[in-house]
Write a protein that binds this ligand. Structure first.
Ligand SMILES: C[C@@](CO)(OP(=O)(O)O)[C@H](O)COP(=O)(O)OP(=O)(O)OC[C@H]1O[C@@H](n2ccc(N)nc2=O)[C@H](O)[C@@H]1O
Ligand SMILES: Nc1ncnc2c1ncn2[C@@H]1O[C@H](COP(=O)(O)OP(=O)(O)O)[C@@H](O)[C@H]1O
Length: 269
């Protein structure tokens, strides 16, 4: 069985409060995009994990795909050992949620393969144990999210008139560090309202609280965003805690921009 975990971008992100559990409350709009990994599971087998493509840092035993397997096996001992292969294509530590997508798709795949009968509410609860971004990938449709990101309301947000440019310059931003740079506060205008404005007004209205501190540490990211605007983007933003920068361009009008050869660049037309 093979599935294709996709990435997400954040359109607007406000850190609203520090919580007693050490995490932060936020509000954001998650939007899925078809830049994908490939995740294959074969049974019967011995439990093993291999990967190809972009190297995943850290110990293979800590990979979110295996963590998702163990999380379900704890409650469903009937889960048979599986061979897992991940082909990694989504840049890592980029604010694109690739690891979270792998974990959420793994939960869904195991639910289907072993006919566990889990509802999407139950899958969301499991996903929340694997990462704050993970529940989104169970719904995987545009939504307004609060809490740690697990309280989601689907949004009717149609961006099919735009093409997306994703640029990842290879800078790794530690998510915990990024949260620690921010003094949480309620936004002047709730994102849920602001996101309903025409996209042509988002430049002034839809902001990401992480940009100030992350751009100060990595001015190259501010330059990428500025280039997107000078080359015709209608809206540009860093995604999540970075470091991918995403630009919305009029459909099929992404300029042929010459980026540094080391950057990873994706176009979604
Ligand atoms: C910032 C966001 C926005 O969508 O995405 P990314 O930029 O990472 O993709 C998410 O909130 C990131 O979610 P995720 O990447 O799953 O983070 P987690 O693994 O749960 O947490 C990593 C660390 O970030 C901090 N953290 C994370 C989420 C949150 N609501 N409050 C926090 O304070 C904690 O210090 C935590 O230990
Ligand atoms: N399957 C996976 N894909 C990517 N990263 C993974 C995976 N499993 C565990 N990780 C760990 O998660 C961290 C970043 O995850 P990722 O979702 O790519 O970043 P972000 O949260 O910035 O979108 C990395 O430090 C990596 O070691």
């Amino acid at each position: 069985m093979i599935v294709f975990p996709n990435c997400k971008i954040n359109l607007g992100l406000h850190i609203t409060a520090k919580r007693a559990d050490g995490f932060h409350d936020l509000e954001t709009v998650f939007y899925p995009l078809p830049v994908t990994d490939a995740l294959e599971v074969i049974t019967p087998g011995t439990l093993q994990f291999t990967s190809s493509g972009i190297p995943v840092p850290g110990d293979a035993a800590d990979n979110l795909c295996l963590r998702a397997f163990h999380l379900l096996q704890r409650d469903y001992p009937q889960l048979q050992p599986v061979n897992i292969h991940l082909h990694k294509h989504i840049p890592i530590g980029a604010g694109l949620g690739g690891g979270s997508a792998d974990a959420a798709f793994m939960l869904q795949l195991l639910n289907n393969k072993f006919q566990l009968g889990l509802t999407s509410g139950q899958l969301i609860d499991y996903a929340a144990q694997l990462g704050s971004d993970c529940p989104f990938f169970i719904l995987n449709q545009p939504c307004y999210a609060t809490g740690r990101g697990e309280i989601m309301e689907p949004l009717s947000l149609d961006l099919s008139g735009y093409s997306f440019l994703l640029v990842h310059p290879g800078i790794h931003v530690n998510t915990g560090w990024a949260f620690r740079q921010i003094t949480p506060q309620a936004p002047a205008r709730a994102l849920k309202e602001v996101i309903q404005l025409p996209v042509t007004e988002w430049k002034q209205a839809v902001s990401n609280d992480f940009e100030a501190s992350v751009f100060a540490a990595h001015p190259e990211l501010a330059a990428i965003k500025a280039t997107m605007y000078s080359e015709g983007a209608v809206y540009a933003t860093m995604s999540g805690s970075g470091s991918a920068v995403v630009g919305l361009f009029p459909k099929n009008k992404i300029a042929d921009i010459r980026w540094d050869a080391s950057y990873l660049v994706f176009k979604v037309n």
